[in-house]
Design a protein around this ligand. Structure first.
Ligand SMILES: Nc1ncnc2c1ncn2[C@@H]1O[C@H](COP(=O)(O)OP(=O)(O)OP(=O)(O)O)[C@@H](O)[C@H]1O
Ligand SMILES: [Mg+2]
Length: 292
């Protein structure tokens, strides 16, 4: 909507986990390196956890790109609210297992054969489970058992469990002590620092065609970092709405007052800075629809 006004060639603050917009913060770089290292060295279980909206799915998208370039076979499960039968069916579908996909026994046999054949020629196979904090106990138990398949050179199936912090809490439960012990690598994502937030926003705007942006001044970006706690999804939502507001007001530069209005409308909770009064939220003040 506002792209032409600001000279953008595409939407800079899209909510999708698009690797072409990847901002390589130290922690994202490290998480991706760990995922790749874990797969290549056949570590077995790898956990990727973090606050909502910190970039877990984006990391998995980047990992998938890497696996594709390396021709490493993988299955990717996103709907973690599955029961056992559909779990095996989807696994068989993703790995293109030739068997009766509705029979757990047949899927397990075909999977075992496939893993052994691939391992014999030095190839590994990966199972990626996103939103793993939502997994049912019995599906998590099946996944633990899949992680037991191994030969002398290591695990046959590399399993990546990505999810919100509840996943860590789930793994603390006594029934999952065994699985917790098997997690060989852990990556944790947190919010970006204020400096990273500034670079993150500039990198997205630059990727979208605005190389030296002046629409979101650095002081405003520092305030955005504070109000969003550096959570990329919230940063995207705030910046998107700020650009929309600036566009609606035909302003080339967003202001603190606009930010106050945007964060009020988003009902964003953040620690107030001493000595700064925000403009009070007034629902009647504007009727613009915010995308959040
Ligand atoms: N390193 C990054 N580079 C570029 N964009 C990022 C990065 N990290 C996160 N984002 C952006 O932030 C938004 C949320 O990211 P993502 O969906 O990956 O988070 P998540 O941790 O999977 O969230 P949830 O806990 O809700 O599943 C997306 O729009 C994504 O593009
Ligand atoms: Mg996600």
């Amino acid at each position: 909507m506002y792209n032409a006004f600001f000279g953008l060639t595409q939407n800079p603050f899209n909510m999708s986990p698009d690797p072409s917009f990847l901002f390589r913060s130290e922690q994202h770089e490290e998480a991706l390196a760990n995922l790749i290292y874990g797969v290549q060295t056949r570590k077995g279980f790898i956990a990727l956890t973090g606050e909502v909206g910190t970039g877990k799915t984006t990391m998995l998208e980047c990992l998938r790109d890497f696996l594709n370039t390396q021709q490493i076979a993988f299955a990717s499960l996103f709907n973690s609210r599955l029961t056992v039968e559909p779990f095996f069916e989807l696994l068989a579908y993703d790995l293109d297992l030739r068997c009766n996909r509705l029979s757990k026994t047949e899927v397990l046999l075909a999977l075992n054969n496939m893993l052994l054949e691939r391992a014999a020629v030095g190839r590994t196979t990966v199972l990626i489970v996103d939103e793993a904090h939502n997994l049912e106990w019995d599906v998590l138990e099946e996944i633990r058992l899949l992680g037991n398949l191994e030969n002398r050179r290591g695990k046959l199936l590399q399993i990546i469990l990505a999810g919100q912090q509840e996943l860590d809490r789930k793994l603390e439960a006594p029934e999952f002590r065994q699985l917790k012990q098997r997690i060989a690598l852990r990556c944790v994502l947190r919010g970006l620092t204020p400096l990273e937030t500034v670079d993150y926003v500039n990198s997205r705007l630059s990727r979208a065609g605005l190389k030296h942006q002046t629409v979101l001044p650095v002081e405003l970006l520092e305030e955005i970092a504070h109000r969003t706690q550096g959570i990329p999804r919230l940063i995207n939502a705030v910046c998107d709405n700020l650009l929309l507001t600036s566009f609606a007001m035909e302003c080339r530069t967003a202001t603190l007052e606009m930010l106050d209005e945007v964060t009020s409308d988003m009902r964003l909770d953040y620690p107030r800075q001493p000595g700064r009064a925000d403009s009070p939220y007034d629902p009647l003040k504007r009727s613009a629809e915010y995308r959040f």
